[in-house]
Write a protein that binds this ligand. Sequence first.
Ligand SMILES: *[C@@H]1O[C@H](CO)[C@@H](O)[C@H](O)[C@H]1NC(C)=O
Ligand SMILES: *[C@@H]1O[C@H](CO)[C@@H](O)[C@H](O)[C@H]1NC(C)=O
Length: 353
Amino acid sequence: MWNYLLVPILLCLSKDLPLVKAETSASLLLPSQRGGKSSSDSLSSDSSCTILDPNLYYRPVIGILSHPGDGASGRLSNDSNASYIAASYVKFVEAAGARVIPLIYNEPEEILFEKLELVNGVLFTGGWAKNGLYYEIAQKLFKKVIEKNDAGDHFPLYAICLGFELLTMIISEDRNILESFSAADQASSLQFVNNINIEGTVFQRFPPYLLKKLGTDCLVMQNHHYGISPGRLQNNLKLSSFFNILTTSTDDNNEVYVSTAQARGYPVTAFQWHPEKNAFEWGSAMIPHSEDAIQVTQHVANYLIREARKSQNRPPAGKVLDNLIYNYSPTYCGKAGKGYDEVYIFTQLQPRI
Ligand SMILES: *[C@@H]1O[C@H](CO)[C@@H](O)[C@H](O)[C@H]1NC(C)=O
Ligand SMILES: *[C@@H]1O[C@H](CO)[C@@H](O)[C@H](O)[C@H]1NC(C)=O
């Protein structure tokens, strides 16, 4: 006790700085140095670091599927082959300790699926496209994700907003299953399903105070015209056997829709809301930016990457580097005061692999 009190006093009084420094470092005992253990029975300094789990992969890479268009209604590119990824999804992945490889939806399929072999999980973004090549590719990627998991490789998928809507259509095999909701450009709360067990879900490591606030405060951003009601999901055998509903939210007309769902047997999580926006998008005044809201972004990102570290895939480092998103530059488009702040646009369909 004395030592700790003494240091600040010395710092204040002494003009002999080198001596003070020496006193300070001698007084700062690490937990492992306490208790008078002899050096022989204490652990070596190396092993006092976190022991890495050999079953986990600490260099995970996430594949993000690009969406048709430039993400800015033609303000950035009218190229008919253009597709984009809002940079917020990339930052979301990076913030949790992973890197991104873009899966460009309209590049040659063999290239796209070769890139899938370089990643440890996949993310489907928001957007509007629900048919054509984009839908087909999302369907094929989803099938591959399921196959990888069935084959024993833990391989997570996050499906956000449109991503959730696509999964709903793909799994139900019903292109008309979605319902209309009035939930454009608004923040909402998340209502947890009664007696839901959040163990093994995205919410597991949320601190209790934040789980509580999710139900009372508007901490998540919604921006959608479609969705699915809990009733319609439960009444569809294919959907209800695949998904467990975790949360619901309410639209402008008091209609209830499924806002978060977790697959029963797979590391697949679907969000009607936008976990990536709170920390990384500024184009709408409705996006929550409170510290709690930023925590939501971070916890949701952490769960995706925590799951991706369980993937068995160990892609060749060189091929990963050749295909990382860092081979592209984002474009700032937030000056228009709406839409995304930064987007990655892909127009060249040249193979990089
Ligand atoms: C794309 O076309 C629209 C409509 O013609 C035009 O206003 C816009 O400037 C074009 N965008 C680019 C990047 O050239
Ligand atoms: C779009 O891609 C197709 C197929 O690769 C190509 O034939 C066409 O020229 C491209 N269009 C533009 C505008 O680059």
